[in-house]
Design a protein around this ligand. Structure first.
Ligand code: ASP
Ligand code: MG
Length: 410
């Protein structure tokens, strides 16, 4: 008998009809003789709606109350799903994150899981219950509710899979798997049969929305193969797992993009040790994630220091950097909030400069100006104007299609 952890996302549970359909799918897995733990997200846009409600009653809602509020979304879906299963004649029980033993640190709104005590879940499985766990939430040492950050139910599912030593972790969503490029932009984009953890992590951090990066990281750490598939069809999905067949290395696995990039440049910074840390440390303290960072070679004795942030974080980042201009003796702080990033990802690109050259040529053939370039061993990213991003993704897909096709169908 296999122990399967399944996770259903918000769109799969958007209304009562869909909840009933999900219950039927779960019932089928149960019928084939599996033990089942199911993690749920909140119904549809519930989380966004709760955030909006909070903003209508308070300018800056407290983080503790916010976590309790947001956790209710997943409680609703978990209870409804359990009821729906019971009405189909299956034994089911819903558990909150706390009841499921998910212990976190106290970083409200972005808590990290410290440990999972699976005793209660195992007891319920023993009683032949299908266990429905409210995703995205846990409890801290003070017994206060915490949430794991937006999209955190994926992390709940992988953490439970690790702690329960599950045979399988299946993430059900509204797309049929991981695509080599966003199919809304590249209609014929290949669906990947498999992708390595590192590649998935780079894709997710580069804008591919299908999996939460922290969940992928956790999967890699505990070596849990993760299936991403649609809850609306029976098409086989994408498996995220450790290094895949050697033959398919040295290929571009996919193209990711993120159309929500903003740039901050501090111009004319005196070139002396400690400048980068003086600018970045306060941002880190304020929990602003900084992405691409570039410091120019200095001309005379000043330099320009540039970094990108998610567009939603621009105002906060600027309010932190603005006062530094004077303290550091820089000239000014300039921003651009109309940028995007496009990346090619593939483990095999290591030590192969040809891929970068081909990427730059493709963009230049489209007349697209590259503003910043950053790379990892398995990723090349260009920051470009947002208005060019769709053209860039399509052109890059076309350029690398042969490579992608090899990787997609080994
Ligand atoms: N409901 C939460 C969100 O929308 C968590 C999740 O969906 O994974 O971010
Ligand atoms: Mg959601």
């Amino acid at each position: 008998m296999a122990l399967v952890v399944q996770k259903y996302g918000g769109s799969s549970l958007a209304n009562s009809e869909r909840i009933r359909l999900v219950a039927q799918r779960i019932a089928k897995t149960k019928d084939s003789g599996n033990q089942l733990v199911v993690v749920v997200s909140a119904m549809g846009d519930t989380t966004d709606e709760l955030i909006k409600l909070a903003s209508q009653v308070a300018k800056q809602p407290g983080e503790r109350e916010m976590d309790v509020l947001l956790s209710t979304g997943e409680l609703i879906s978990s209870t409804l799903l359990a009821m729906s299963l019971e009405s189909l004649g299956y034994k089911a029980i819903s558990l909150s994150g706390a009841q499921a033993g998910i212990k976190t640190d106290s970083t409200h709104n972005k808590a990290r899981i410290i440990s999972v005590s699976v005793k209660r879940i195992l007891e319920e499985i023993e009683k032949n219950n299908i266990v429905i766990v409210a995703g995205f939430q846990g409890i801290n040492q003070q017994l206060d509710t915490t949430t794991l950050g937006r999209g955190g139910s994926d992390t709940t599912a992988v953490a439970l899979s690790a702690s329960l030593k599950a045979d399988m972790c299946q993430i059900f969503t509204d797309v049929e798997g991981v695509y080599a490029a966003d199919p809304r932009i590249v209609p014929g984009a290949a669906k990947l049969d498999e992708i390595g953890y590192d590649e998935m992590l780079e894709m997710a951090n580069s804008g591919a929305k299908v999996m939460h990066p922290r969940a992928v990281e956790l999967g890699e750490m505990y070596n849990i193969p993760i299936l991403v598939a649609s809850s609306f069809s029976n098409v086989s999905g994408t498996i995220i797992r450790e290094e895949i067949a050697m033959e398919v290395r040295n290929k571009v696995r996919g193209i990711a993009h993120d159309a929500n990039v903003a740039r901050i440049t501090v111009l004319g910074v005196p070139n002396r040790p400690g400048i980068a840390s003086a600018i970045l440390a306060p941002l880190a303290e304020a929990n602003v994630s900084v992405d691409t960072i570039v410091q120019n070679i200095s001309v005379g004795n000043t330099t320009d220091f540039t970094f990108t942030v998610d567009r939603s974080a621009l105002a906060k980042a600027k309010s932190i950097v603005d006062p530094l201009v004077e303290t550091l003796g820089a000239r000014e702080c300039a921003t651009d909030s109309t940028l995007a990033k496009v990346s090619i990802v593939g483990t095999g690109m290591q030590n192969s400069p040809g891929y970068a050259a081909m990427m730059f040529r493709t963009l230049s053939e489209q007349g697209i100006n590259i503003q910043l370039i950053s790379t990892s061993e398995i990723r090349i990213t260009c920051i470009i104007a947002e208005r060019d991003v769709n053209i860039a993704v399509r052109a890059l897909y076309e350029s690398f299609e042969a490579e992608i096709a090899k990787a997609a169908r080994p």
